[in-house]
Design a protein around this ligand. Structure first.
Ligand code: FAD
Ligand code: NAD
Length: 466
């Protein structure tokens, strides 16, 4: 059997691309080296981390917030084994859902490590030996892996990455997290809520350094209240582990000051790198760039015609929804359409509490490009809905062009902003102005009213409730 398209990797990029290609009438196969489909996102990423974030948030609210709501409880306890079991059940159901979708769309699943024999022949090394399949086109969607430099002595036992952290079955007493980025803050929140003493060591002078500066500033206040401790402008010089604990050596940037922190775990969360191991890319003449990424053009085609690459393995944000859009783009492009992705409008979300969400340009980016802009901000503490739920931390910031009033960036820290951000994404997709945003009727009382108020603030200081 010859396939029209073989997709290597079944993460959100690969499986969504496979579905779209099948919808467009192509004969599709998907190759996955693990026994479950869904990739990093479903197995050890987005879904399990959100399951634990939700569970830990329930616990935290029960012990810290129910009292003020007038709900009395007694002896609320964490059953970590059950928490992990529920997380595993969620993962299991979600991965099985992908398998169902493959079958529904008549996509053949091959389990095993895929590699190029030629540009049209893919070898699959699985439990039952080697198979080869023939194809017209290939989509490489092999994703990424955590960065674990040697000096961290990553042992998967005491020095861990997010993959192992999602399976800890006893609440640790102490955890050092290296990296104050998305993974460090999300998983740090999970353990801090459950009672772990969490230290975050971040090399930059702020957390979430790639997001708008106000996001990190707002969030760090909330996370400190949760008990998380931050060493900003600090780096790790080494980690030593025994079977039962680890010692992390920390050094202040631009200083000789060093100190050791002893902990149950050192969680390394300093970014992820593209994964192309064993793909045999050289056999077809593809060379990765200095960051290990597969270079692609605007249609996500590699230097070899007919071979495409999407998701974490190429340039751009390492996000599931970015990978999905790219999977759809490639399938549609192969079928003859001319699809397009506006990368500026791929939103980013951090699932801490309060949540952080953003789309478009940051204030620093606008300054660097010399774009004239105006700012409107609105704090959640001034919002009735936020006071009703006692979620008053955070703000919404709208950045609009100074002359044209077009919305250029929206940045939020606050309750449920992971969902609220979609209003900004949709409006920016249609190139709306801050005035458009401010004139839309927003239901009362909702968290979305903070967006309207921030837009009013951007259009000439017209916020109503501050
Ligand atoms: P992946 O999901 O990494 O899938 C690649 C697949 O390819 C894997 O299953 C791998 O086994 C397989 N593979 C690799 N090589 C081969 C081969 N040679 N043969 C066969 N199979 C192969 N993103 C969000 O948008 N929202 C979130 O909330 C979020 N949370 C995250 C939380 C954590 C802890 C982590 C680690 C990541 C999170 N991400 C999140 C990022 C998200 O998981 C990735 O951006 C996304 O999974 C990338 O999708 P992908 O399809 O490119 O690759
Ligand atoms: P990240 O890039 O978000 O954060 C890494 C952090 O580590 C940065 O703040 C960086 O300055 C810091 N750092 C780097 N080297 C360091 C060192 N030696 N010492 C101290 N600090 C150091 O990476 P991540 O948190 O590992 O996440 C990886 C990817 O997964 C991200 O690209 C992210 O997009 C994705 N992800 C997304 C979500 C989400 O969408 N909610 C959740 C988790 C992960």
């Amino acid at each position: 059997m010859k396939y029209d398209v073989v997709v290597i990797g079944s993460g959100p990029g690969g499986y969504v691309g496979a579905i779209r290609a099948a919808q467009l009438g192509m004969k599709v196969a998907i190759v996955e080296k693990y026994n479950t489909l869904g990739g990093t996102c479903l197995n050890v990423g987005c879904i399990p981390s959100k399951a634990l974030l939700d569970s830990s948030e329930h616990y935290h609210n029960a012990i810290e917030r129910f009292g003020e709501h007038g709900i009395e409880t007694s002896a609320v306890k964490v059953n970590m084994k059950q928490m992990i079991k529920r997380k595993n059940d969620v993962v299991d159901q979600t991965c099985k859902g992908v398998e169902f979708l493959m079958k529904k769309n008549k996509i053949d699943i091959f389990t095993g490590h895929g590699s190029f024999v030629t540009k049209n022949i893919i070898a699959i090394d699985g439990a039952d030996g080697r198979k080869e399949i023939e194809t017209d086109k290939v989509i490489i969607a092999t994703g990424s892996k955590p960065i674990t430099p040697e000096m961290f002595n990553y042992d998967k036992n005491k020095v861990i990455t997010s993959t192992e952290a999602l399976n800890i079955e006893k609440v640790p007493t102490k955890m050092v997290i290296v990296g104050g980025g998305v993974i460090g803050l999300e998983l740090g929140s999970v353990f801090a809520r459950l009672g772990t003493s969490v230290d975050v060591v971040e090399y930059m002078d702020r957390i979430l350094p790639t997001m708008d500066v106000d996001c990190g500033k707002e969030l760090i206040r909330s996370l400190k209240k949760l008990g998380m401790n931050f060493y900003l402008s600090h780096g790790v010089t080494g980690v030593k582990a025994t079977k039962t604990s680890c010692t992390v050596s920390v050094k202040k940037k631009d200083s000789e000051e060093t100190f050791d922190i002893k902990a149950d775990y050192c969680l390394v969360a300093i970014g992820r790198k593209p994964y192309t191991d064993g793909l045999n890319l050289t056999a077809i003449g593809i060379q990765t760039d200095d960051k290990g990424r597969i270079p692609v053009n605007d249609h996500l085609e590699t230097s070899v015609p007919g071979i495409y690459a999407i998701g974490d393995v190429i340039r751009g944000a390492m996000l599931a929804h970015k990978a999905e859009e790219e999977g759809i783009l490639v399938a549609e492009y192969i079928s003859g359409a001319k699809p397009h992705i506006d990368y500026n409008l791929i939103p980013g979300v951090v699932y801490t509490w309060p949540e952080v969400a953003a789309v478009g340009k940051t204030e620093d980016e606008l300054k660097a490009s010399g774009t004239p802009y105006k700012t409107g901000k609105f704090p959640f503490k001034a919002l009735g809905r936020a006071r009703a739920s006692m979620d008053t931390e955070g703000m919404v910031k709208v950045l609009a062009h100074k002359d044209t009033d077009e919305i250029l960036g929206v940045h939020m820290v606050g309750p449920r902003v992971a969902d609220v951000i979609m209003e900004a994404v949709a409006l920016m997709e249609f190139r709306a102005s801050a005035e458009d945003m401010s004139r839309i009727s927003h239901p009362h009382p909702t968290y979305t009213e903070a967006v309207k108020e921030a837009a009013l603030a951007a259009t000439g200081n017209r916020a109503l409730h501050v």
